[in-house]
Write a protein that binds this ligand. Structure first.
Ligand code: DC
Length: 207
């Protein structure tokens, strides 16, 4: 049997920089990367199309996880809403845990990776930033894609999603007890990536 690789858990709120950091950490260490938000977004999209959330989660296929058209503001809110349902979360559990155990090593990013999905992860990071900084980043991202939305609306969406993700009773977003906190509010992208890689290097046993 192949030996299990390292697992790195990266959690945090929307637009804190988790995605960029996770991709860079995965590339740096040669690990596979799973953005677990895409699972909830794919379920959210099916619900917007009229499907029931639990059966959508139970029948989700990997080819629905292409990020392109899943990154809209509407799908983000739908994802946050389906993510409150315990049966949706449990339907997505095995896929995430199997990914985390891959032999070559894996980086998973989300909200509950260090707490629920991979409580034994080798390194846990909780990436955060102020709501205002995160909303500005998300606004610029959406504007670059031509989405017509105001800064105020993006900030309101970010705060609404934070509250729902952190206050739900099943697997709420929170740092694991042994997670290293990384606040990217005042960091450039390059500085945040360098710091994240440094934290992983310092905490990865034998890497
Ligand atoms: O990371 P994201 O913005 O793509 O996530 C979209 C929503 O999915 C988020 O608001 C809450 C939910 N989510 C979750 O509950 N648990 C995860 N591990 C990842 C995402």
């Amino acid at each position: 049997m192949l030996e299990q690789g390292y697992t790195i858990a990266i959690d945090g709120p929307a637009a804190a920089g988790k995605g960029t950091i996770s991709k860079a950490v995965a590339t740096h260490f040669g690990f596979a990367h799973l953005d677990t938000g895409l699972l909830y977004r794919a379920v959210g999209r099916r619900v917007l199309q009229g499907e029931e959330a639990v059966s959508a989660a139970q029948s989700l296929t990997a080819d629905e996880l292409e990020p392109g058209d899943l990154r809209t503001a509407e799908i983000a809110q739908a994802a946050s809403k389906v993510a409150v349902i315990p049966e949706v979360r449990s339907a997505l559990l095995d896929f995430q845990r199997a990914f985390a155990r891959r032999a070559g090593g894996a980086v998973l990013d989300g909200r509950d990776i260090g707490t629920v999905i991979c409580p034994n992860a080798d390194v846990k990071l909780f990436v955060t930033a102020s709501p205002e900084v995160r909303a500005e980043r998300r606004y610029l991202e959406l504007a670059a894609k031509g989405t017509e939305i105001s800064r105020d609306q993006v900030l309101a969406d970010v705060k609404e999603r934070d509250a729902r993700d952190a206050e739900r009773s099943t697997a709420p977003m929170k740092p694991a007890d042994n997670a290293v906190l990384l606040d990217t509010s005042d960091l450039s992208i390059d500085a945040a990536l360098a710091r994240a890689i440094e934290i992983v290097e310092q905490n990865l046993p034998g890497a």
